[in-house]
Design a binder for this molecule. Structure first.
Ligand SMILES: [Zn+2]
Ligand SMILES: [Zn+2]
Length: 489
């Protein structure tokens, strides 16, 4: 995830480096000296006596140096568009030749662009063949120039070009964009959010085309327990070398995941290389996710296809996963929404069924944090004696008493290997639909994002305070848990 972000930054820096947006027409302006009378014996710069374009002698100099038609126009000081540069160049050259100008014999190629503009048709052809078969409408180009070429051209342009002439990089991007627009009908050249990124090395004419990730937003319902949200590599082999015996050579700890149930049909439809899955939080493997479902963004990497009927794809995913995972509200998204999805702290509602008793609840571990300061201490709660007669009314009353409380939850033991050990405060917004049958109870809990709900029930040996177990004075065990709703979007 962070790797691909870095990549994107690199690309865009690279890409915008050569853009005309960065072009300042006055950047090359050299202050004009007042005309002075020179003494004959004063050593005069070779070119100082030649007036720059648009003066004829300046144009003649460009022609004699062997500048190409494009660079003649670019440095001529005349208004032009890349559309008519092809015609304007020869006209200027012809006038100059009529004045008796000839190209120097040793001028092999245009000293300004090193024939980049002359070879542009070859380049366009190469780009087109590189993009053959890929669906896209928005394209961004970036050109990499050798530093020495840029500085040499800068120097030459300052000395021989009209003041304010467009620099090589900006001119190249303008000219190439113009040609590509003509050649690739219906394709828009953009400076941000491209679908295709083309990077050109102007020295080698090497072309790299990258199809940018396609992002889709939706909500998923997980209707079966035992499915992780994202692909989990096998614990034994870490998914390396095509798997091992314990994972049946799949490389995966679980045969499927929400990511794959949704991602595999989409990956095939868009002919993408891979997927990345970003959920608005995640439920445990043994927890279902019901209601309107959990918002997610799926990233399809390097897609060949890009345009599809999303309602058809929704049906395809739902048919393929055959009742274990269902999606809805599928729409196109973009990378920035991943951060929104990840950053949204939505309240959630759960339905929990649990068993209580008969053993008393025992606090084996105090919730105080060894590493934390005084504010991280959880007040030790007095042990509660279970009542002599445990009526359903008493159980309901104890559960209801947790409504509105702020829990202090020390990192649960089950996640302590991957989460920092600290105490979190989370509010229980509401508790409803409590039912009690024998030694089992069920309830619907709405609570703040990031609440450890299983621990709210069983207390994790006193690491969550208060808890149902503590209130009842009995050990509690979660039977099942469903996410009913994620109160977001
Ligand atoms: Zn040139
Ligand atoms: Zn394995």
């Amino acid at each position: 995830m962070s790797g691909s972000e870095d990549e994107e930054e690199d690309w865009s820096n690279y890409a915008s480096a050569g853009y005309s947006s960065a072009y300042d027409p006055w950047a090359d302006l050299v202050p004009q000296e007042e005309a002075e009378d020179f003494d004959d014996d004063f050593e005069i710069d070779e070119f100082a006596s030649i007036r720059p374009p648009p003066a004829d002698e300046g144009l003649d100099k460009l022609v004699s140096m062997g500048a190409c038609d494009y660079c003649i126009v670019r440095l001529s000081g005349q208004l032009y568009s890349w559309d008519d540069a092809q015609n304007l160049g020869p006209t200027i050259r012809k006038s100059s030749e009529e004045r008796g100008t000839t190209k120097k014999d040793d001028a092999q190629f245009c000293p300004f662009c090193e024939d980049l503009f002359v070879d542009m048709d070859v380049l366009v052809k190469k780009i087109k063949s590189e993009l053959d078969g890929i669906e896209f409408k928005k394209m961004q180009i970036g050109a990499h120039f050798a530093k020495s070429h840029v500085s040499e051209e800068d120097d030459l342009r300052t000395r021989h070009g009209a003041n304010g002439s467009q620099a090589l990089k900006a001119a190249f991007n303008d000219a190439l964009s113009q040609k590509l627009k003509q050649e690739l009908k219906g394709v828009e050249l953009v400076k941000e959010h491209p679908e295709i990124m083309v990077l050109i090395d102007t020295l080698t004419f090497n072309i790299t085309a990258e199809s940018r990730s396609l992002y889709l937003y939706g909500r998923y319902r997980k209707l079966e327990r035992g499915i992780p949200q994202t692909r989990w590599p096998c614990r034994a082999c870490k998914g390396r070398d095509g798997g091992c015996e314990s994972c049946n050579d799949t490389g995966l700890q679980y045969p499927t995941s929400v990511q794959d149930q949704i991602g595999e049909p989409l990956q095939a439809a868009f002919e993408a290389k891979n997927t990345a899955f970003h959920g608005m939080g995640r439920e445990d493997i043994d927890v279902r996710c019901l209601g309107r479902g959990r918002p997610f963004v799926i990233e399809l990497k390097s897609p060949i296809r890009r345009y599809a009927d999303l309602s058809e794809l929704t049906e395809l995913v739902n048919a393929t996963s055959a009742g274990s995972v269902e999606i809805s509200e599928l729409r196109s998204s973009r990378r920035s929404e991943v951060a929104r999805i990840k950053g949204t702290a939505a309240e959630k509602s759960y339905t929990i069924r649990f068993k209580y008793g008969p053993e008393p609840h025992v606090i084996t571990e105090t919730a105080s944090d060894d590493n934390g300061g005084a504010d991280e201490q959880i007040e030790a709660q007095p042990e509660v004696e279970p009542p002599a007669e445990l009526t359903p009314e008493f159980v309901k009353e104890m559960i209801t008493s947790l409504e509105g409380v702020t829990l202090e939850q020390r990192t649960p033991q089950r996640v302590s290997h991957r989460r920092a050990d600290k105490v979190r405060k989370r509010q229980v917004t509401s508790i409803s639909e409590i039912s009690v049958e024998g030694d089992e109870a069920e309830m619907t809990v709405r609570c703040e994002s990031g609440t450890y709900v299983k621990e709210l029930v069983h207390s994790d040996e006193g690491r969550t305070v208060p808890s149902v177990a503590e209130k009842l004075g009995l050990v509690c065990e979660v039977i099942w848990l469903d996410v009913n709703d994620i109160h977001a979007d």
